[in-house]
Design a protein around this ligand. Structure first.
Ligand code: DX5
Ligand code: ZN
Length: 216
């Protein structure tokens, strides 16, 4: 079944509790953490994740676009994240880090920027609960979906099948009513959507619409 994770990057940061409420029925809330070093943008950090986890029942899917995730990612589990995604480009010891996230009780996930291939990381897949394939350059919401990522999604789905893994395959960036079917067809099963959800008049209805397209 397809999961839709609204990204609060496109929400009103002064009203996060209400913005979470507006997407009731979503599987996870996607929380983009940016440090102005790994990506050229700055968003929020541990105190906001702590507050948000108390303010909503929707589990938090924290996407860390930060340097030194080896140091910070475990603290996001303590702050209340149910899933923590680190970027492989920034991690010093991805296997150790994934194990630490799992040991602390969250789902461990690893992200690949558009220019990062999956093949060198095939042997790491059993250490993960989710793999995130970025379909835009990380840093900003509202960018155009990169169609050239579809073959990578397809190849990753093949690797997951080859190793018979229970790994979720997430896509993030430019996912909308006009691109989600292509992602699903290529093998993604978890869909992050920021502007397509929070830019809609009725965010909950946008989530339902995306879900039915992904499952069609
Ligand atoms: C971008 C973030 C995304 C962003 C997606 O770096 O990781 O989660 O919120 O926004 P849309 O869906 O508008 O492309
Ligand atoms: Zn994200």
């Amino acid at each position: 079944m397809a999961q839709i994770n609204p990204s609060i990057l496109s929400a009103d940061f002064a009203r996060l509790a209400q913005e979470a409420e507006a997407v009731r029925g979503s599987d996870w809330l996607h929380v983009d953490v940016m440090d102005n070093h790994f990506v050229p943008n700055l968003t929020l950090g541990i105190p906001v994740v702590e507050s948000l986890s108390r303010a909503t029942d929707i589990p938090l899917d924290c996407h860390l676009m930060i340097e030194d995730p080896d140091r910070w990612a475990p603290q996001y589990v303590e702050a209340g994240a149910g899933s923590v995604t680190f970027h492989v480009e920034a991690a010093a010891a991805p296997v150790r880090l994934a194990r630490e996230i799992r040991a602390k009780g969250a789902r461990a996930s690893m992200a690949l920027k558009p220019g990062t291939p999956i093949e060198p990381y095939e042997d790491l897949l059993p250490e993960l609960d989710m793999l995130l394939i970025m379909t835009v350059e990380p840093g900003f919401g509202g960018q155009a979906f990169l169609d050239i990522m579809l073959p990578k999604i397809r190849r990753t789905r093949e690797l997951i099948a080859k190793h018979d893994l229970e790994l979720w395959l997430q896509v993030d960036g430019g996912v909308s009513a006009s691109t989600i079917e292509r992602c699903a067809e290529a093998g993604a099963d978890v869909f992050v959507a920021g502007s397509a959800v929070y830019g809609a008049e009725d965010p909950a209805q946008a989530v339902a619409g995306l879900r039915s397209l992904a499952e069609s």
